[in-house]
Design a protein around this ligand. Structure first.
Ligand code: IPE
Length: 256
C-alpha cells in the first residue's frame, strides 16, 4: 500500500477561506486510480482549517471558552472539505469514507492517541479506504488540540507499514532556500539524518502546524515504518501517477 497525504496547498486555495480546488483534487484522484496501485489518502485542512485556527490561536489548546465557537467551526469546515475529497475519490473509482480523527480518537498534550484502531483496520480489510484528515481533536491535557494530517499519516504508517509514503504539496520538494522568493534555491534530492543539520530552520511556513524542518524530522521518524518517504509536487499534471508507477520523478526522498 502507498500512503499519500494531499496537502492543504493542493486541495484548497490557502489564501481564501474555504476555497476547495475541485479540479486539482479530481485530477490527483484520477492519477491515483489509473496507477493501479493500492493507495490510502490522508488530507490536510488548507484554508478550511488554518485561517480560523490561526485567528483564534487554536494550536495553543483551550485558553478561553470564547475559542469554542471557532473550534466547532473548524471541525465543521474540515468535515465538509473531507466530503469533497471523498467525493472525488469515489468518482475516480476508489471506495473511500471520511474518518474524522476528532470523532474517533483523543489527543494527549498535542499527540494523537490512536489505540482504538479497529474501525480503520476493519474498513481497509473490506476494501474501503478510511480517509483521515487534519482536525481539531479533544485533548486530555490541553482541552483540545490540532491534529495535523501529518500526525494522522504517522498513525496510519504505524498500523499499515506502507511500501511508500508520499507528501503532496505545491512545491517540488525541499529546497536550500524558499523557491517562491529565491530563484537560486536548489532542490535537495536526498535527505538523511546526516545532512539534516545543514537544512535551514528558516524554511518555516506560516501555518499553525509547524515549518518544513519539523516536517522533515517527522518524515525521518516515519522511515521506521516504510522504505521510502517522499515530498512531491502535485500541481504538475502526471507527476504523482508517474511516481506511483515507479518512474523517476522530481522530488525529495527522505531516508533514515
Ligand atoms: C491542519 O492540518 C489541521 C487544522 C488546522 C485543523 P494540516 O497541517 O495537515 O493541513 P495542511 O496540509 O497544512 O493544510
Amino acid at each position: 500500500m502507498i500512503l499519500i497525504k494531499l496537502g492543504g496547498s493542493v486541495i484548497t486555495d490557502k489564501s481564501e477561506y474555504r476555497k476547495f480546488d475541485e479540479e486539482q483534487t479530481s485530477r490527483l484522484c484520477k492519477e491515483m486510480a489509473s496507477s493501479g496501485k493500492n493507495v490510502m489518502v490522508v488530507h490536510g485542512a488548507g484554508s478550511f482549517g488554518h485561517v480560523i485556527a490561526k485567528k483564534y490561536s487554536l494550536q495553543k489548546g483551550l485558553e478561553d471558552f470564547s475559542q469554542i465557537p471557532a473550534v466547532v467551526q473548524v471541525q465543521y469546515d474540515v468535515r465538509e472539505l473531507s466530503q469533497y475529497v471523498v467525493k472525488e475519490l469515489m468518482k475516480a473509482g476508489l471506495p473511500a469514507v471520511s474518518v474524522p480523527p476528532g470523532s474517533c480518537f483523543v489527543m494527549d498534550n498535542g499527540r494523537l492517541i490512536a489505540d482504538n484502531d479497529e474501525t480503520i483496520k476493519a474498513l481497509a480489510h473490506i476494501g474501503i479506504m478510511p480517509v483521515l484528515f487534519g482536525d481539531v481533536v479533544a485533548d486530555r491535557s490541553k482541552g483540545f488540540g490540532i491534529c495535523s494530517g501529518d500526525q494522522a499519516m504517522e498513525v496510519l504508517a504505524k498500523i499499515f507499514k506502507p511500501d511508500k509514503i508520499v507528501f503532496i504539496s505545491d512545491v517540488d520538494g525541499l529546497f536550500t532556500a524558499d523557491p517562491k522568493s529565491d530563484k537560486d534555491a536548489k532542490l535537495i534530492e536526498d535527505v538523511t539524518n546526516e545532512n539534516l543539520g545543514s537544512i535551514s530552520s528558516e524554511l518555516a511556513v506560516a501555518d499553525v502546524t509547524g515549518g518544513i524542518r519539523g516536517k522533515i524530522e517527522e518524515m525521518l521518524s516515519m522511515c521506521n515504518y516504510t522504505d521510502e518517504c517522499v515530498l512531491l509536487n502535485g500541481t504538475v499534471p502526471g507527476r504523482l501517477q508517474a511516481f506511483l508507477k515507479g518512474e523517476q520523478v522530481t522530488c525529495t526522498r527522505v531516508r533514515a
